[in-house]
Design a protein around this ligand. Structure first.
Ligand SMILES: *Cc1c(COP(=O)(O)O)cnc(C)c1O
Length: 479
């Protein structure tokens, strides 16, 4: 018997889920110094006296304007930070105002945009799928008052999220109805509560999955008041195992895609059609949200195929391979999905207008960044690595183009490696890039910092080079 369980979670500490034996975006290396010019030497007492006072700095028109945009506290924090640098001699007193301006956050929120050079397309710690430009615009448009629940033609109430639901049905004609909740876990909770509370969910022992960060699907399902009826073994479960367990107390049969590990060797799982013919409703948790088969990911289940094979309900995440916002999709029979949508719990799992806007644009708009990254041509990635290397080498950076392997991550396509190309830099760059003005998250491999280009859109190459050059300039300034 040759059975191996391989794979790793993509959700726990930063660094897991990145390819390579020692791959981790948590770099070592010295702490960063920021990009401010360095004047060198300890400041004289009179230099310290010349550091502008807070109230004077806050009258600087640029900082006054920023207070209106970002809030007074954010501006004061930047001012204090700049004064502190001057006290340590890192900037001259005359530079304090400019430094404070440079230290201002881009937005009032604390989340910062980063460049994902980890080589993990859907990195959970980096928010999984990046939204397409179309989805971002849709979010922006929907942010104010919007007709999410109003028919502007008649002035009467309209179905919430009808555009997104219509788009989902259009992309998956095999689904009689669709509903959207907060995430994949919420979709499962709603199904379990509405269809199996006080009853049994029949599930294979090979599909008792931990999603990541300690969250286990069996615990989630049991929390709804459903009982789990485990059947089969870790590696082999037959249709007869399910059939024997199905009875009057059965809520549904659940098939879960093992989305972050693989069991290979002496294994067996019944086909969807077989499970669907056993007499109980079949719910399939496909995980990653592929709506139709993907040519590069032949082992990844998709909603259309599962529904056509007889699944009563398919659940999935919106921010994995679908490439959209965080949400949970429920696709299925016309007599089933509306009942779930009307269940009292559905209100607690309801998505907001921003999610609906992003989802609809993801479904109807151009290819998502995730789709583009998946189909990126390895030769083109190599050319980009060479071009970046040329730019950086000219500035004295020890950069090399290297071939490497990227992964899908985020609970999708376990075991699939995607040929990729990276920029290889000395290891200390990892920490400095991560904490720079434009944070870049790479991974460590073989004692080097790799910036994997597969998940970096080509239009970000210039920003990536800029970030590396800024680290180099700061290091030069320290000498
Ligand atoms: C990711 C995943 C989930 C959880 O989905 P979230 O959107 O993270 O809540 C559930 N089941 C499977 C198979 C998954 O891959």
């Amino acid at each position: 018997m040759d059975q191996r369980v391989t794979g790793r979670t993509t959700e726990d500490a930063p660094g897991t889920g990145t390819p390579g034996a020692d791959g981790t975006p948590e770099g070592c290396g010295p702490p960063p110094t920021g990009g401010a010019p360095v004047t060198g030497g300890p400041p004289h007492l009179d230099a310290r006296r010349r550091i502008p006072r807070t109230d004077a700095l806050l009258r600087d028109p640029r900082l006054a304007e920023a207070a209106g945009r970002l809030g007074a506290e954010a501006v004061k924090a930047a001012v204090r930070h700049a004064q502190e640098r001057a006290r340590h001699g890192a900037v001259a007193p005359e530079q304090v105002a400019d430094t404070a301006v440079a230290l201002l956050p881009r937005t009032a929120g604390g989340l910062r945009p980063v460049i994902n050079a980890t080589g993990v397309l859907l990195h959970t710690n980096l928010g999984r799928a990046p939204l397409s430009a179309a989805a971002r615009r849709a979010v922006q448009e929907a942010a104010g008052p919007t007709d999410v629940e109003l028919d502007l033609a008649t002035g009467t109430r309209a179905r919430r999220g009808r555009g997104a639901l219509h788009a989902l049905r259009a992309r998956v004609p095999a689904a009689g109805a669709a509903h959207v909740v907060n995430n994949g876990a919420a979709a499962l909770v709603l199904a379990a509560t509405a269809l199996a509370a006080g009853r049994e969910i029949v599930v294979s022992r090979g599909e008792m999955v931990e999603i990541g960060d300690g969250f286990r699907l069996p615990d989630l399902l049991v929390s709804t008041g459903a009982r789990l009826r485990e059947v089969g073994t870790t590696n082999r479960t037959s249709a007869a195992d399910y059939a024997d367990a199905i009875g009057p107390g059965t809520g549904f049969v659940l098939k879960v895609h093992p989305s972050n590990f693989r069991v290979t060797g002496f294994t067996h799982t019944p086909a969807t059609a077989e499970l669907a013919s056993l007499g109980a409703p079949l719910v399939v948790d496909i995980g990653s949200g592929l709506l139709a088969p993907h040519p590069l990911l032949p082992d990844e289940p998709d909603a259309a195929t599962e529904l056509r094979a007889g699944a009563a309900l398919v659940t999935a995440s919106g921010d994995k391979l679908l490439g959209g916002p965080q949400c949970g999709l429920l696709l299925g029979a016309e007599d089933l999905v509306p009942a779930l949508a009307r269940h009292p719990l559905a209100r607690a799992l309801r998505v907001d207008k921003l999610t609906l806007a992003a989802l609809e644009a993801t479904l109807t708009g151009p290819a998502t960044p995730t789709a583009e990254a998946l189909r990126a041509d390895p030769r083109e990635l190599a050319h980009r690595a060479e071009r970046l290397t040329a730019t950086l080498s000219a500035a004295g950076v020890d950069a090399r183009p290297v071939a490497c392997a990227a992964t899908v991550g985020g609970g999708g396509a376990p075991g699939v490696t995607l040929p990729s190309a990276a920029l290889s830099l000395p290891e200390p760059y990892a920490a400095a890039l991560r904490t720079g003005t434009v944070p870049v998250v790479g991974r460590l491999e073989g004692g080097r910092c790799l910036l994997d280009l597969r998940a970096v859109p080509p239009e970000d190459d210039e920003r990536l080079a800029g970030a590396v050059l800024a680290v180099r300039a700061a290091a030069d300034g320290e000498r």
